[in-house]
Design a binder for this molecule. Structure first.
Ligand code: FAD
Length: 355
């Protein structure tokens, strides 16, 4: 069943706001379907966004396949409107939010059940939640969060009247990082999240130290759709990207073809972590991966036609490979994705854009 909401906001220049929000959606590669000069419809992964103005007010009507997606669309709309009119964005009210909402619909607490060692350098956290089912659909990634000051009791995010997430500030600030749901088992009420061990990382340290029944906040899921093109694939990533790579491999059809380049400990067998694959596998020791992945990918691209490329890993590698995917492989938006999963020497906050 779809979830719906709408809002109408009076603005000094409703037409300029209509054009700004419309152009911003188009920048994400979602083209408008003009229903009239003052009424655009956008369709994206099962959701519909309608923007309309009459010169005095901007109306936004949203329809999404899940409450989680609707929450994301409402928040995005309010944040984009705030770029041009913060006061109007603050005053925005949604038709489906008639009473105060205390927690974002996509927030829950996870409780640690047990930890195990998947491969050297990676800890598997098995966690339970009241309703694990909500994590089963809508994407691969979640935001995990802990109080930045670990001596304090958590104050979790709440929701402002305009639909935007209110993040605790000051002493109650949260440390928020992206992770991937390696598996979700609604029938058992459990999820697995695999965390790469890197001393000094707050969530990485929590993964090693937390005791059963300790709790961590989670928001999501979102992102990480599998590639549509399944011939001439190139998937590459360091150990932080092994969980999404495993899930992408699980989703591919049996005829999928292409190449897989991963960081993997020499003492272990990739088949002990990854599902069976028809892709040609090249595994590189994690300590050499950052130096070697770019020339390896270039060499594969020089010999084979790559139709869809995907990378997750350290920032400098992600930057270099994005250029190669676009310039050397000639791949358009939608056929290539290169994402910085972490950045050497810098803490990465999942509330900021990942480049
Ligand atoms: C979409 C997405 C999905 C992700 N999925 C996973 C996942 O399933 N499993 C996973 O382990 N990671 C995953 N990551 C990466 C993870 O978010 C980062 O590694 C994050 O910085 C870890 O948080 P932290 O609190 O442990 O360390 P932080 O406090 O963020 O970092 C502390 C220090 O550690 C360094 N650092 C961070 N990550 C690493 C690393 N991997 N190796 C060496 N040094 C590091 C930083 O440069 C910083 O100096 C994902 C990232 C994205 C964007």
């Amino acid at each position: 069943m779809s979830a719906q909401s709408s809002t109408s906001v009076t603005l000094p220049d409703a037409r300029a706001a209509f054009e700004h929000v419309s152009a911003h959606i188009a920048e994400h590669g979602i083209e408008p379907e003009p229903l009239s000069a003052a009424h655009h419809r956008f369709r994206y992964e099962g959701s519909t966004i309608q923007l309309q103005h009459d010169g005095a007010a901007l109306t936004i009507a949203l329809e999404a396949p899940s409450p989680n997606m609707l929450y994301f669309l409402k928040e995005s709309a309010a944040l984009h409107l705030a770029e041009i009119d913060p006061v109007a964005a603050e005053g925005l009210r949604w038709s489906d939010q008639t009473a105060p909402v205390h927690q974002p619909v996509n927030f829950s607490e996870l409780t640690l059940l047990r930890r195990s060692r998947t491969i050297p350098g990676m800890t598997r956290l098995t966690l339970e939640a009241e309703d694990v089912g909500v994590l089963a659909d809508g994407g691969l990634h979640v935001k995990l969060m802990l109080p930045a000051n670990r001596t304090r009791a958590p104050v979790w995010p709440s929701v402002a009247a305009n639909g935007v997430t209110k993040w605790p500030k000051g002493d109650d600030r949260l440390h928020v990082r992206y992770f991937t749901l390696r598996s979700v088992r609604p029938e058992a009420g459990e999820v697995d999240i695999d965390v790469v061990e890197h001393p000094g990382g707050m969530i990485s340290d929590w993964a090693l130290e937390a005791a059963p029944s300790d709790r961590i906040g989670v928001m999501g899921p979102g992102g990480g759709l599998p590639p549509e093109q399944q011939e001439g694939l190139l998937l590459a990533g360091d150990m932080t990207a092994l969980p999404p790579i495993a899930r992408i491999l699980e989703s591919l059809n049996p005829e999928a073809s292409g190449h897989l380049v991963i960081a993997f400990p020499e003492s272990a067998d990739p088949a002990s972590y990854l599902p069976p694959t028809t892709l040609d596998l090249r595994s590189v020791a994690p300590e050499r991966f950052r130096q070697e992945v770019v020339p390896i990918v270039q060499a594969i691209g020089a010999e084979h036609r790559i139709r869809n490329a995907w990378f997750g890993g350290e920032h400098a590698n992600a930057q270099a490979l994005r250029q190669i995917f676009k310039r050397d492989f000639g791949l358009a938006q939608g056929a290539q994705l290169s994402v910085a999963y972490w950045r050497q020497g810098r803490r990465g906050d999942a509330r900021r854009e990942t480049d």
